[in-house]
Design a protein around this ligand. Structure first.
Ligand code: ATP
Ligand code: MG
Ligand code: FE
Length: 332
């Protein structure tokens, strides 16, 4: 089947074409308008989605060399995400399906981040564990089957990506800060500064305490030396990145041991992080586990993951009706 995938949950407008389980295009329109505000402004995001959605779909069809009359189903992100952003993608998908008399497939964005591992040849087998780390989520997921997933650990407060973005804001870096922390961390010493590891029982996470300790650390040092940040940026970024990565990987190791699972995957925007990717590879090598790390373009929000998820739902014959409404919050 030929599946058109649509993603618009946050600030990326994306369209992708998947033919028989193979991704032929993945067009991502990023929104730069939010940089000036230090975070995504929901009302602006949905307006830019409206401008970008038709060109993104046209480009995705063009890149895949697929005619719009050859599409068999339209898969779209139903949630979780920003309601105004989701509405644009959901409305487009519905209108397209109605005009072409096609079935609709609704996709959970967090499941799709995980199903991105089924793009390409290096596919995990069930059951596997996935650490999903993004701007809004931090979860350890036990993946039993394509659409049978169990969250066995999650953050009690901030997400890992939020910790990255808030740290970069404290450091005076522009939004989104995760990629910049990564860039400067490569030039610094990860053991220069020690930030505390939160003591949270079980497989859950907490990042709000870390954020506060970073805030006080910077405030106290800048009081003594106004140039503290600019003089030590690589060391600060490397130390913060190392702490966030070790918090994540320690819990992931615990989860793998408790559940006796030897295949470990990363997903979501923060899985683009160099320190985390290297850390997972090291952890897996040490334990004799196999690691699965998505290609960069499938880490942050993209429609290829929606299209591949749509492909597996299509094979199951699971379709959605025209009455399907977007959902800002959605459980697995
Ligand atoms: P969700 O998927 O939870 O709804 P989202 O869609 O906003 O949230 P993604 O697009 O998956 O999240 O990820 C965005 C996050 O990834 C941001 O917090 C960003 O800072 C972070 N990020 C992206 N690249 C890197 C990197 N190289 N290192 C660290 N963090 C990164
Ligand atoms: Mg984003
Ligand atoms: Fe996402």
């Amino acid at each position: 089947p030929v599946i058109l995938g649509i993603e618009s949950s946050c600030d990326e407008t994306s369209a992708s074409v998947c033919v028989d389980g193979e991704i032929l295009s993945n067009v991502i329109a990023n929104q730069t308008i939010h940089e000036a505000y230090g975070g995504v402004v929901p009302e602006l995001a949905s307006r830019v989605h409206q401008q970008n959605i038709v060109p993104a779909v046209q480009q995705a069809l063009l890149n895949a060399k697929v005619n719009k009359n050859d599409i068999d189903a339209v898969a779209f992100t139903r949630g979780p995400g920003l309601l105004g952003s989701l509405l644009v993608g959901v409305s487009f998908a519905k209108a397209f399906a109605l005009a072409k008399n096609l079935p609709l497939i609704d996709i959970n964005h967090m499941q799709a981040h995980i199903l991105a591992h089924f793009i390409g040849d290096h596919k995990p087998s069930f059951p596997f564990l996935c650490l999903t780390v993004s701007g809004g989520h931090t979860q350890i997921v036990l993946v039993n089957d394509y659409f049978n997933m169990q969250v066995i650990g999650q953050t009690l407060d901030d997400a890992a990506g939020e910790a990255m973005d808030k740290t970069s804001k404290i450091l005076g870096l522009p939004y989104p800060g995760g990629p910049l922390i990564d860039k400067y961390a490569r030039l610094g010493n990860p053991d220069a500064y020690k930030f505390p590891e939160p003591q949270i029982p079980g497989l859950d996470f907490s990042f709000s305490g870390l954020k506060t300790s970073i805030l006080y650390f910077i405030r106290d040092n800048v009081a003594k030396n106004p140039d503290f940040i600019s003089q030590n940026l690589p060391d600060i970024c490397a130390s913060v990145e190392k702490r966030i990565a070790t918090i994540l990987l320690n819990k992931l190791q615990k989860a793998a041991q408790e559940h006796g699972i030897k295949q470990i995957a990363l997903a979501g925007g923060v899985s683009a992080n160099t320190g985390l990717r290297l850390g997972l590879q090291e952890l897996c090598a040490k334990n004799g586990w196999e690691s699965f790390i998505p290609k960069m373009e499938y880490c942050t929000d993209n429609a290829a993951m929606i299209a591949i998820a749509g492909y597996y739902k299509y094979l199951n014959g699971e379709f959605a009706g025209q009455e399907t409404a977007p959902m800002a919050r959605m459980i697995m």
